[in-house]
Design a protein around this ligand. Structure first.
Ligand SMILES: *Cc1c(COP(=O)(O)O)cnc(C)c1O
Length: 434
């Protein structure tokens, strides 16, 4: 699948945000006159903090329960009857409207964390006896969910290399309900051709099987750099803790998909309980989304400069960044990763391996670094560096780390908003210690 790019798909019909206005304006203003908005004189929504809501009458209370998550109800056209925070809540509701639009999807449900979103996106699709085909390189906790918990539920997960042509076709079986991957993959930056995955799933369906649902974790790219629903994916998941929140103050997760999955997602969230706290939805809605394009453009520009610098550095063995012409999936990156204006958008994440001791690089960052910080997580205003094998992907046993393409001397870098010359200067000094 490396060479042949999948066909481009027409975006699913999204409710027009505000005809005539661009997405960046939309991310600042949201729906503006949304039915979710309960505060007619506020420019900025208050941080809502109410576990339960006053119900005007017994009938209204009953109607609220009766209409919650009901199929056929279009939430954007209804005044919700707020009852209890775990069901629905205004700030979270507005954030969901904006996120759905940002991903060009029809429906969004937010969750307490990215992992709660991953669990819900798959939990609503899978039953025991089903099978998931997953790319072998995944964020450590997603890998652990598949490896340690799904077998207990009788769900089989087949880990394969989805970057290779023909592999998915052979992996799909009669019980395959979902195909799951990240693109770019955390942390190796491997890309998977979303259109080609869709093509293989449709070919599978033509052989008389159910078409597997394509679930992609779009956290690394963010919707600013890639909108998988327009490329053939069925469900997009996000960790809002990363670039969508953008400031590293709050945790959150989101699932964006078609309206047909809305009822299941809302009922799942109500019963499993992993709702996004309104106090956490608020900064993501008020600070994160409106500044996403601005931050991504700046971080991406820094990432390009840093990737160039690393590629020429004698202490660096390999650099994986989708914006480098040497990147193995560069052609696919140019097709799949574009910003809202159609410009190439290779993102703000880099994976590289060093000659020498990677721990020395990290320890320099930890002790003397200023524009470079040793910490996990990503997508913040600070430039963060970490070791996947020792930290974010430590849940993978060493033999799995090997098959995932993770190396002991590999480092993951998330570009922040510092001046790029300062980032380069700290990196130069850190690499001298490798
Ligand atoms: C961080 C991350 C997650 C998990 O998100 P949390 O908000 O930490 O639960 C999932 N997928 C990817 C790619 C991530 O980077």
């Amino acid at each position: 699948m490396k060479k042949k790019a999948g066909s481009r798909r027409t975006p699913p019909p999204a409710v027009p945000a505000r005809p005539g206005y661009g997405i960046e304006t939309f991310l600042v203003h949201g729906r503006h006159h949304t039915k979710k908005w309960d505060y007619s004189h506020h420019l900025v929504p208050p941080i809502s903090s109410s576990a339960a809501y006053r119900l005007g009458s017994a009938e209204r209370g009953a109607q609220g329960f009766e209409s919650f998550a009901r199929e056929g109800l279009e939430p954007s056209k209804q005044h919700p009857i707020y009852i209890y925070d775990r069901l629905d809540e205004p700030v979270r509701g507005m954030l969901e409207e904006s996120l759905a639009e940002a991903e060009r999807g029809e429906f969004c449900a937010t969750f307490a964390t990215g992992m709660a979103a991953v669990s819900a996106a798959l939990g609503t699709q899978l039953r025991s006896g089903d099978e998931v085909v997953a790319h072998r390189t995944l964020y450590g906790c997603s890998f652990s969910l598949f490896r340690n918990w799904y077998p207990r539920l009788g769900i089989k997960v087949k880990f394969v290399d989805l970057t290779r042509e023909g592999v998915l076709k052979r992996a799909l079986g009669p019980r395959t309900r979902a195909v799951y991957f990240e693109s770019p993959a955390n942390p190796t930056m491997e890309l998977i051709d979303i259109g080609a995955v869709r093509g293989a799933c449709e070919a599978h369906a033509r052989r008389g099987r159910a078409r597997p649902q394509i679930v992609i974790d779009n956290t690394f790219a963010t919707p600013f750099c890639q909108r998988p629903l327009t490329l053939g994916a069925d469900v997009v998941v996000h960790s809002l803790t990363k670039n969508l929140g953008g400031f590293g103050t709050d945790m959150g997760g989101a699932v964006v998909t078609r309206q047909e999955f809305a009822t299941d997602l809302l009922l799942y969230r109500k019963d499993f309980g992993g709702v996004l706290a309104p106090k956490s939805a608020w900064p993501i809605f008020v600070y994160g989304l409106p500044t996403l394009p601005l931050r991504m453009r700046q971080q991406q520009e820094s990432a390009r400069r840093v990737a160039d610098f690393l590629e020429r550095h004698p202490r660096v063995k390999t650099v994986a960044y989708p914006g480098l012409p040497s990147f193995p999936w560069y052609g696919l990156a140019r097709q799949q990763m574009t910003d809202y204006a159609g410009n190439f958008a290779p993102g703000s994440m880099i994976y590289f391996t060093v000659r020498g001791d990677a721990n020395h690089v990290l320890n320099y960052a930890a002790r003397q670094g200023y524009a470079l910080t040793l910490a996990v997580s990503l997508g913040q205003v600070r430039t963060l560096i970490e070791s996947p094998t020792l930290m974010t992907h430590a849940a993978l046993p060493p033999e799995d780390q090997g098959t995932c393409g993770l190396e002991r001397d590999g480092l993951r870098l998330s570009l922040g908003l510092e001046s790029v010359s300062d980032i380069l200067s700290d990196l130069e000094k850190a690499l001298a210690h490798a």
